[in-house]
Ligand binder design. Sequence first.
Ligand code: CA
Length: 406
Amino acid sequence: MKTRLRTAMVFALLGAVGAVSAAAPPPPADAAAFARCLAGIRGDAARQGIPGEAFDRLTADLQPDMSVLPLLDAQPEFTTPLWDYLAGLVDEQRVTDGRAMLAEHRDLLARVAAQHGVDAETVVAVWGVESDYGRISGKRPLRVSLATLACNGRRQPFFRGEFLALLKLLHAGDLRDPGLTGSWAGAFGHTQFMPSTYARIAVDFDGDGRRDLVDSIPDALASTAHYLARAGWRTGQPWGYEVRLPAGFAIAQAGRTNRRPVSDWAARGIVRVDGGALPAGDTRAAVIAPTGATGPAFLVLRNYDAIYSYNAAESYALAIALLADRLRGGTGLVAAWPTDDPGLSRAQRRELQTLLVARGHDIGEVDGMIGTATRRAIQAEQRRLGLSPDDGRAGRRILDALQAGR
Ligand code: CA
């Protein structure tokens, strides 16, 4: 699950996956080859405990959807800076919604923390980043996408395993709706687990005997905590802190895998921006400075790695860590990102889109998702206004210009 595919869903949440090059059209479907492929998987399924009759029932209606194949090879057409991702993922709306979820599910989260050792704010932050608290979990029929990718394209063995894992979950009754949907790559439900991760990690927390990460919030939140616990979560420890780097700090020492005792970092002049104490000296930690010596820097502990394993990308791990801090009442980062064109919240993205529509651009629905059409419209406005670079980026500079009626 720790692949680019895993983060595809989060990209979709951000509206960034719309901005992929439409280079290759999908290849034509070959019905006979697909049927042969399924027949081959049927044998594997039987060996893994799915009787032929059940396999046939779960696959009889399947037709390949070749439109998922170009997504497998898509490269982002526009690069999105870290501060844009964080502006969308840790915006006021997600903080407000997250605090509401903490209140609504207080008792449940306390039981989850007691059993799995992960605090409520971290669990809710993962939920908020992964699926916007269950609001967005993908619209593609999972069986269709995974069967197609199991039989076509360059990662067939991987997707064959995921397809079989999904069929097992359906056959076992954990999942009941064969029409369930998810991301094109197979992540689904409140937690956006891939089927194999689901099979390994999901837990039944509401006691109905089924592990249901689609319709059961107790199962989903407990499974998120279980995932982090299995990834080495240390109860009661923070993920890390925003820190100030001393003048002349050798930035090459930064990086998540360069672990040193905290006392070693302290001796090099690392201090917390809030003036608080660093943890005991022999705790191992790394310094990360995602935008180099001039942006925010962080001292990260073991729990940051646990969060990182959920997302396998620095930007998403930071989003979860920083959202969790906000949910605890924190006020956000002290240091500024090194840009004069900060990122936009989702509300600001919708406002920008509304202004683009008012200027006659056809960008589709005003939904806060920055897809190719929105980027093209921004690019056209950047050129009209003589803004440089004309990169199609949805940032404060273009929003300010359009708000000012330019
Ligand atoms: Ca359950």
